[in-house]
Design a protein around this ligand. Structure first.
Ligand SMILES: [Zn+2]
Length: 295
């Protein structure tokens, strides 16, 4: 049995999968706010309860928006800031008396979709979460490619490639740079650029609905978005040449992306033809916790 935990800022979720990926159990609790010891105890409690209920012991993987620093062994970059700088891995291994694997939520998403999701069986998978931010992970032959810095795949803070004059220098990003891919292709990025062009403050959902109804300004914003996403992904294809790119996050529900973006990206991909497939995720928001179980 494989246990996966999604450790988020507001909730901690556990899933138990059998070897075929069938879900045996799923539970969630609220994340104790600002309390490291209580957070560890919540995780231990979820694991023990699941194992008692199912009558078997499992392997354990944890997905969290953060990375274990190879240099220090401590968690870094988590949005649950009270976990940063703490020996989460060592403490959990001691409490649960087993090996524990930790990876960030974008890696878990990519692993879930590469294992038995929308990219099942593909040798090289680039999984992208397009939501309030932009995260991405790489899976090669069924394994997460981590890298010495723990950031493989994180291209959201690279600059938007092949920029047009009006895209320079680009929006200011929280990371300290300007014109990052994230500022153009995240959900808030799309909404802000639409507002800058038209003066209208609309959510991405409304922009998509209005474009489908024939609203010219919304249609233009979506076309700009598709063009920017195509350039951003062409950049990845030129370096990684993945078999499949899987989209997750709220933006992945925009169905036209899967036909329009591949029609656009060959203009920037350095190849006479592009066989990379762009697909929608299979497991949606469940991919984080499922991927943790597969770690
Ligand atoms: Zn940035």
């Amino acid at each position: 049995m494989k246990l996966g935990i999604d450790l988020g800022g507001t909730k901690i979720e556990i899933i138990a999968l059998d070897d075929n990926g069938s879900e045996l159990l799923r539970r969630r609790v609220a994340t104790p706010q600002g309390d490291y010891a209580a957070t560890l105890q919540s995780i231990v409690g979820l694991v023990h309860t699941a194992e008692a209920e199912l009558g078997q012991r499992g392997t354990l993987g944890i997905g969290t928006p953060g990375t274990i620093s190879k240099a220090t062994g401590l968690l870094k970059n988590s949005n649950s800031v009270h976990l940063n700088g703490k020996p989460v891995l060592q403490d959990l291994e001691a409490l649960l008396k087993r090996e524990v694997k930790i990876s960030n939520d974008a890696n878990c998403f990519a692993l879930s979709e590469a294992t038995d999701g929308a990219a099942s069986g593909a040798p090289v998978v680039f999984g992208v979460i397009l939501g309030t931010g932009v995260g991405a992970g790489i899976v090669v032959n069924g394994k997460v490619l981590a890298g010495p810095n723990g950031i493989a795949g994180e291209w959201g803070h690279n600059p938007l490639p092949w920029p047009m004059a009006e895209e320079l220098p680009g929006p200011v990003c929280y990371c300290g740079q300007q014109g990052c891919i994230e500022t153009f292709v995240s959900g808030p990025g799309m909404a802000k650029l639409h507002q800058r062009e038209t003066g209208e403050a609309l959510s991405t959902d409304v922009i998509v609905v209005r474009a489908a109804e024939g609203d010219k300004a919304c249609e233009l914003s979506l076309q700009h978005y598709e063009n920017r996403l195509a350039r951003s992904l062409a950049h990845v294809i030129n370096i990684l040449d993945p078999d499949v790119i899987v989209l997750g996050g709220g933006i992945s529900n925009i169905e036209r992306l899967y036909t329009h973006v591949p029609q656009l990206w060959s203009r920037w991909v350095f190849s006479d033809r592009v066989d990379t497939r762009l697909v929608k995720n299979k497991f949606g928001d469940s991919s984080g916790v499922r991927g943790a179980a597969w770690l």
